[in-house]
Design a protein around this ligand. Structure first.
Ligand SMILES: NC(=O)c1ccc[n+]([C@@H]2O[C@H](COP(=O)([O-])OP(=O)(O)OC[C@H]3O[C@@H](n4cnc5c(N)ncnc54)[C@H](OP(=O)(O)O)[C@@H]3O)[C@@H](O)[C@H]2O)c1
Length: 360
């Protein structure tokens, strides 16, 4: 293998999103090593694509170490990451491999940020969130901060309507009892689900939107230092009612029997949005920053649908790291690759919004 590019390992390769990422990696000329806990499924996928399979469970450190042998970069796609990030980050630190994942979970971002010094000592980059959550919103936050460096408030909002995969639904179910979160004075602050509502102009039309505990409540602070952050998503009236109801039902739905039932229902669904549905959909993001002197800046992004974009940005990030673009320690997408990283993905457009009053 001397002279060959150091390999990429995709863990969770047989999941809905892992498969999209493997296909995208092949399109980009990469030959990833495939891994996951289901040896049969990993072996079948690897044989079908002519790739190497290294199945291993995350609770088997010796097997993980063998799987990571010779790998420079791990793209971790097995979630919920609250359960899976630690053993893979441990293995990456042991192996000296850079860790990338597609989490959107605030607790996971904060957990990995807390391991930054250790990763720095090991010369390893910890770069969670290289999917739809949080590449576009993180790059939008960094772009707005670049336009208004004095900003003390950041609001981000997103709209995408292609549906969710089983893995995303499972991750949402596991977080159902946790309510919402915003950042205030630099601290992640719990708030009720759908705590605030407002109408947001996504560029095509105005949509009713509610606060959600999206990953940027963690990451945008690391990327920009802005101490007050809220993230909204567009939601139908029935979805808003369900979110508000979850404030009261959340503790009940978080009990083991309710979790079991909800996850059983998820397993009977299709793995994720169909190709046709993904092709037909787009995602729209809007962001605003302001400072204490009344200066404001707004911008919007239009991107491919979330799972399609996840495959594009995750593989683009892995390629950059394989090409030597790693920054050891904890990183966000915009800290690692800059605010314009998102513009490198096909089908992405960014627009600075002209607003009345003192602007950046
Ligand atoms: N940031 C983003 O924008 C973004 C985009 C897409 C997905 N995601 C997240 O990525 C995760 C996967 O989503 P998906 O759509 O691919 O879900 P999926 O189709 O259900 O696949 C999940 C994969 O993770 C594996 N897995 C789960 N728990 C594991 C564990 N404890 N040990 C080893 N492997 C484990 C599964 O293995 P088995 O088949 O053996 O169960 C499967 O390969 C979810 O957490 C989702 O929220 C985030």
């Amino acid at each position: 293998m001397s002279g060959a590019p150091p390999p990429l390992l995709v863990y969770g390769a047989t999941g809905y999103t892992g498969r999209l990422i493997v296909e995208r990696a092949l399109e980009e000329g990469l030959r990833p090593v495939l891994a996951g806990r289901d040896a049969d499924a990993v072996g079948r996928l690897a044989r079908a694509r002519g790739l190497e399979a290294r199945p291993c469970a995350l609770d088997d450190p010796a097997a993980l170490d063998r799987a990571l042998t010779g790998c420079r970069v791990v793209l971790h796609c097995a979630g919920p990451f609250a359960r899976t990030a630690k053993p893979m980050a441990d293995a990456c630190v042991r192996a000296g491999a850079h860790y990338l994942d597609i989490t959107g979970e605030i607790t996971v971002f904060e957990y990995l940020a807390a391991r930054s010094a250790e990763a720095l000592r090991a010369g390893v980059m910890l770069l969670p969130g290289v999917g739809f959550d949080v590449v576009p919103s993180d790059c939008l936050a960094a772009h707005l901060h670049r336009r208004l460096p004095s900003a003390t408030w950041l609001v981000l909002a997103l709209h995408g309507a292609s549906g969710v995969s089983r893995g995303t639904a499972t991750t949402m179910i596991e977080n159902i009892g946790n309510g919402g979160a915003v950042r205030r004075g630099g601290r992640i602050t719990p708030v009720p689900a759908a705590w605030r509502q407002r109408d947001i102009d996504y560029g095509d039309r105005v949509r009713r939107s509610v606060t959600i505990p999206w990953g940027d409540v963690s990451t945008a602070f690391h990327s920009t230092g802005i101490a007050n952050i809220e993230v909204y998503t567009a939601a139908s009236p029935s979805a808003i009612r369900a979110l508000v109801l979850s404030r009261y039902l959340g503790p009940l739905l978080a009990t083991p029997p309710a979790q079991h039932l909800l996850k059983r229902r998820v397993r009977s669904r299709t793995p994720g949005p169909s190709v046709e549905r993904r092709r037909a959909a787009v995602a729209r993001l809007w962001g605003e920053v302001w400072d204490g002197d009344g200066h404001r800046a707004q911008a919007r992004l239009r991107t491919p649908e979330g799972y399609t974009l996840t495959a594009l940005t995750a593989v683009a990030a892995a390629k950059k790291v394989l090409a030597g673009g790693a920054k050891p320690g904890f990183q966000t997408p915009s800290l690692a690759f800059g605010a314009d990283f998102i513009l490198e993905a096909a089908g992405v457009e960014r627009e600075d919004v002209v607003i009345p009053g003192p602007t950046a």
